[in-house]
Each structure stands twice: as C-alpha cells, then as structure tokens.
Design a protein around this ligand. Sequence first.
Ligand SMILES: [Zn+2]
Ligand SMILES: [Zn+2]
Length: 377
Amino acid sequence: MNLDTDRKLGTGWISGTASVSLATIGLCAVFCFHFPSYLTIPEAREYYPIAWVRGLLHIILVSGFLLGLTSVMLRHSKILGMSGMGIVGLAALLGGSRVQLDTDLKSDWYLGLDYALLILIVYSLIFIPLEKLFGRLPQSVFRKGWRLDATYFFVSTMLVQLTTYLTLKPAVVLFGWADFPALHNFIRSQPGWLQFLEIMLLADLVQYWVHRMFHQVPWLWRFHAIHHSAEVMDWMAGNRLHIVDLALTRSLIYIPSFALGFDEMPMYAYIVFVSLHSVLIHANLGVKLGWWRFLFATPQFHHWHHGAEPEAIDKNFAVHVPLLDLLFGTFYLPGDRWPQSYGVFGEKVPDRFLSQLVYPFRRPQAAKQTDHQPAES
Ligand SMILES: [Zn+2]
Ligand SMILES: [Zn+2]
C-alpha cells in the first residue's frame, strides 16, 4: 500500500497521529505541574487560572484517549492508537488533570514548556480552521515534515529564557551607557500606534539586511538553508530555523528600538505581533489584500521567498514591509501566481533535526554547494 493511501481519512492514521499529539501535549502539561521550577516561566506562574488549566488538560487527555481508540478500531497497525492511549495512561499515572502542583520553586533557569503548550493550543485554534477554510492547497495538518517543524517549534519556544535574553542584552551592552533624554522624551511623546509602526519598520529594516546577509554570505547561508528546506508551507513551517540563525537575527533586530527608547507597551505589542505575523506569512492561506500587499507582507509575498524555482531565488527579504524590497530591488510578486514548489534550489539539505543542527558545521560537498545564486543588487 502506498504512503498516501495508507494515510487517507478513514484509515485511522489521522486519528492515531492526533491521539499521539494530544496525549503528548497532555503529558507535557502534567510535567509542568510536577516541575514548575524548570518547565514554566516565573513571570507567568501566578497568572494561570489553574482550575481552567486542569479542565482543559482533562479534555485534552480524554480526547487523546478516544482518538487513540478510534485509530485502533480503524487501523490494521495498532501502533499509533496504542501509543496515544499509552501516553494518556502514563499522564494519568503521573496524576492526570488532578496532578499535585509542586510549589517548591528553586531554579534560576527554566524552559518555557508552559509557554510552548499555550502558544501551540492558541495557534492551532486560530490557524487550523483558517487553513481549512481559506487554504490555497488542500493539505493535512500532518503533512510531510510536520514532526520536524513541531520539533523546531518546541525547541525554540521552550528556549524562551535564552531568546528573551538575546532580545534585551545586545541593546543593553551596546547602548546601556547612552542616555539621550530629549530623544527618548520625543519618541515617547508620540502615540502608541505610531511608535508600534516605527518599531515594526526599524526591526524589519535590520531584519531585511541580516536576512540578506544570511542568503549571500556562503557560511551564513548554510545556517539559513535549514529554514528554506521546508517543502510544504503552512502555519508550522516558519518554525524551522537553525538556532544560530534564530539567535543572531533575534539579537540584532531589536537593538535600534531599544536604543531609541520606545515605550514598553508598543514594544510588547510588536513582540506579540511579530510572532503572529511570522506564522501568518508561512501559512497555507490564499488571501488577497489588493494594494495592501505592497505595504504588508502576505503569505503570497513570503511564499515566493521560499519558492524552489530560479525566479524566486533571493527575493522578498522583508517579513513585514514589502516596500523595503521595492526600495532595495528584491521585490517579487507576479500577479496572482504562486510558486510551483518550495525548498532549496540545487542543494540537498538533510531532513532530520540533529542532521540539520550539524549541517552548517560540516564541510560542504562540492556537488551540493553550487547553485545558490546571490541576489543582483
Ligand atoms: Zn530566507
Ligand atoms: Zn520563511
């Protein structure tokens, strides 16, 4: 039986995969209750409505179990369904939705597993229905490469302590000495929405050039090639970023905004916005925004950045404001056309997480490093 037939609706593959996914989310949540010191964000802990979290956890575990049961009944191979039910069983043994909350908090470092679960649930509720309703291509949530992108999602989101550090520290190191009260007062005298737009433009300007460097400097490209190795685009695909790519970009884009001293609220609003917008531009959504698409990056705009055909190479480096690409000569948005396929043109990038992690550090093989053409400037 070929792979597509084996994974069709009614074969128990979708219910089995959904069961394992939900059961894993539930088990991770139980771990958060057991080890809040190490797995939850200190600033967030006191705000959790624990009764609601327990209710949601209960629904997730019961759904995971029922989907596992469905898969076992539908499917010849019982591995997926049994695994889902097994993980739910383990979560139940560890306390399930009645798990005791450990209140002995003792660690200075933590992983944001709570944050990752929260974001995953919220984004699933927003983007899965949107892609089902307005999807450009008919494709499953569990499409090719979904596990790899989910791994990137969990790793990068759980490293929230590191990414927050990288967001704040470079500006403090570089501009901590600088104090320009008149400039700061002028910046802060502007309305919040205007500050937000300025932060977005400044961050995207830095991001544009950092991103372009990642494409044009060969050793940097080997890190960024990981992001471009996604062959299916959807709301999870943008998570595929090498940790060096993520860290370097993250540590540079906020420097001007912090140095100029914008208010906290527009800064926080931008941080929330950038996370949502970067999911949106990768999503499998055939939305049309008319002339707005020149001002505001759409899925079509960023999908061309990921196109595997030669015409798409080194185009559309901005992530918010396409006008930057118009200004610097890299804008590409041919009418209503979309790329035929996605991925890296002329280069074979490995498709497993650990292989991708070491890929930039390995010596490029002559035959594989050839065809990435730099942009014409
Ligand atoms: Zn790129
Ligand atoms: Zn992208």
